[in-house]
Design a protein around this ligand. Structure first.
Ligand code: SF4
Ligand code: SF4
Length: 92
């Protein structure tokens, strides 16, 4: 089963992952629903944190198209495919 993990402290809430994912893996939730998450200052210095963070709710549906990995501002998405290979996000 494919695993999709987001490091929420690095997620800027840019919504790029949600917008590009063809199988709707990502759903955005209001930031105040994550009271324990502290924004990463290194990411904050580069990007503006939006009023929302992303939450993964349908990780097993992921078809590993990698579209989200190229669009993730916070470089905070990691995907482990069926063969155990790990795919990391690299924002360009
Ligand atoms: S790699 Fe998976 S989670 Fe990312 S956009 Fe493609 S299907 Fe969606
Ligand atoms: S693309 Fe990355 S930074 Fe943007 S909302 Fe998705 S997980 Fe967060």
């Amino acid at each position: 089963m494919v695993e999709v993990v987001v490091e929420l402290e690095k997620c800027t809430g840019c919504a790029h992952c949600r917008d590009v994912c063809p199988v709707n893996v990502f759903e955005l939730k209001p930031r105040d629903q994550f009271p324990d998450v502290v924004d990463d200052p290194a990411v904050g210095a580069k990007f503006q944190f939006r009023g929302e963070k992303s939450l993964v709710i349908h990780g097993p549906d992921c078809i590993v198209c990698e579209a989200c990995l190229f669009e993730c501002e916070g470089e905070c998405i990691t995907i482990k495919d069926d063969e155990g290979k790990v795919h990391n996000s690299t924002y360009k």
